[in-house]
Design a protein around this ligand. Structure first.
Ligand code: SF4
Length: 531
């Protein structure tokens, strides 16, 4: 603990601007007064409410009198009743627009300021919360879309997620008190379909002396995979360990430079061993050293666009291009799911699955809503992520979502693939919300120069991120390529993959076998000489 105190003192000589805002009020006081705040009009909205307090409740000021509302959907499991209400709200108040996010959540956009309280009341009536989905809070806890349903599922995680939410959700003492955001994920199966190494706190399926549980990995963030802390956690110990980690982060996390105050930086300052000892001391649990990780399968969709599950069930994929969806289609999807006596599960790849009995698959596939999205059932859309981009994010350098769609359509036409898997993830700026750093092919938006020397939209192109069996960041192969040229480069990469892959191997395996053996110059030479 001494080292934690010293590290904290060293980084406590000043506090950042957000910490200064926190001293002006409490999140609870602002939330309790929300109806009056909305009634007073957007022109009277206080700066600290816009920049901090409303974000504690998932309300994001877009600086034009409208808000984005981020809805928490634990583990991506969305009930039919909730889906219908979210869809209706989107239609009535939010231009019938919805984004599906990489944390298995839904974002409503274009909500007028004066309607915020009304919308939250309608959501609350069916048990939907937006609490703590923004700024320095516990973000949505992520898990496999097939939690408890797949044949390689060892521990069902949803009950544990509910236990963890019980620690912090709607709790005043845990609202807006962290130094920075805190992302957690838990995976109880052998298939990593939830970017399990990419969070501040990751519980990953493991085995120790024939006992099933989790290995704990800590300190993940954009551009940095979480590291093994060498602790095996039994399912019944997860809550205590989680509480120990968040208590340490709350007490010792840095509050000066916001660019260097995620959990990773605290662990970096004191060392993993010190942090590990502190967890053991605070949790009071008798923890064992890490077990054997159980990740052994790759997340793949079969030729029918489904994932086979236990108990004669399947998950029917609805591949949503760039995660751009709408309230009307969410309502149709919920009705279709109800007819099929199924359930909805959102994915971190900004799409969703209808889980149903196998005998209902054809019924789902015959619906107009399935047919509307069926054309996106190809490898270029199925594993696609694209962050908000310039349309809705002030940090965006390129439009992004439309660029990702255009690239996927181009590639599907030029290099059609079957029985293949390639993950293309797009971020519109270096902040990397589109998790491009772990993609097979990642794109980071930037400015570029066209052949006449004029500034245009461009991307850095990255290759070789790993997410299935190990965590590995990709490497930048091309810098500042105009978007118009990027698609021809990627076309050649896809031709190489199509022609050189063994059987139905994924791009991730192909890259490990072929491209990872080459240095950057050799990769570029191979791409440029490929015909
Ligand atoms: S990566 Fe940049 S542009 Fe994309 S959502 Fe994040 S901050 Fe916005």
């Amino acid at each position: 603990m001494k080292k934690l105190h010293e590290a904290y003192q060293e980084r406590s000589k000043k506090i950042n601007k957000i910490e200064q805002l926190k001293e002006l009020n409490t999140p609870k006081a602002v939330y309790d007064n929300l109806q009056a705040i909305c009634a007073a009009g957007y022109e009277n909205l206080k700066d600290e409410d816009s920049k901090y307090f409303l974000k504690c409740f998932g309300l994001f000021d877009k600086n034009d009198g409208t808000f984005m509302i981020r809805v928490r959907i634990a583990g991506g499991q969305l009930s039919i009743e909730k889906a219908l209400v979210i869809g209706e709200i989107s239609k009535e108040y939010g231009n019938d627009y919805i984004d599906i996010t990489t944390r298995q959540q839904i974002e409503l956009r274009y909500i007028k300021f004066e309607n915020l309280h009304k919308v939250l009341t309608k959501l609350d009536a069916v048990g939907i919360t937006t609490f703590q989905t923004g700024i320095d809070n516990f973000r949505n806890i992520v898990t496999s879309s097939f939690d408890g349903l797949s044949s390689d599922s060892f521990v069902e995680c949803m009950p544990i997620i509910e236990e963890l939410q019980g620690v912090f959700l709607h709790k005043e003492e845990w609202t807006g008190v962290l130094p920075r955001k805190f992302n957690a994920a838990i995976l109880g199966s052998a298939t990593n379909d939830c970017n399990i190494f990419g969070h501040d706190c990751c519980f990953i399926a493991a085995k120790k002396d024939e006992e099933l549980g989790f290995n704990l990995y800590l300190g993940g963030r954009v551009g940095m995979q979480a590291e093994d802390i060498n602790l095996f956690i039994k399912p019944e110990e997860v809550k205590e360990v989680f509480l120990a980690v968040i208590s340490l982060f709350k007490e010792f996390g840095f509050r000066d430079n916001r660019n260097k105050n995620r959990l990773h930086f605290l662990i970096e300052a004191v060392g993993m061993d010190v942090f590990r000892d502190a967890i053991i001391q605070v949790s009071k649990a008798t923890l064992q050293s890490g077990g054997e990780l159980l990740l052994s399968n790759e997340h793949k969709i079969n030729q029918d666009g489904c994932v086979e599950l236990l108990d004669d069930k399947s998950a029917v994929l609805f591949s949503i291009p760039s995660g751009i969806f709408c309230g009307s289609d969410l309502i149709y999807s919920a009705e279709c799911t109800k007819e099929a006596e199924g359930e909805l599960r959102l994915s971190i790849e900004q799409s969703f699955y209808m889980v149903c009995k196998n005998e209902k698959i054809e019924q789902i596939k015959a619906t107009p809503i399935y047919k509307k999205y069926e054309k996106y059932q190809n490898p270029y859309f199925v594993h696609q992520i694209a962050c908000a981009g310039t349309a809705t994010c002030s940090f965006g350098v390129i439009p992004n979502k439309p660029d990702a769609v255009e690239m996927a359509e181009f590639l599907h036409k030029e290099v059609p693939l079957t029985n293949a898997k390639v993950r293309m993830y797009w971020s519109a700026c270096p902040k990397g919300c589109g998790i491009h750093g772990i993609a097979d092919i990642g794109f980071e938006g930037c400015k570029a120069k066209d052949e006449d020397g004029n500034t245009c939209y461009g991307v850095h192109i990255l290759l070789g991120g790993k997410a299935s069996y190990e965590a590995k960041e990709s490497r930048v192969i091309y810098k500042s390529i105009p978007l118009i040229e990027a698609k021809y480069i990627v076309k050649k990469i896809m031709l190489m993959y199509k022609n050189e892959r063994q059987s139905a191997e994924s791009f991730e395996i192909y890259e490990s076998r072929v491209l990872s053996m080459l240095n950057n110059d050799e990769v570029i030479k191979k791409i440029e000489n490929y015909h």
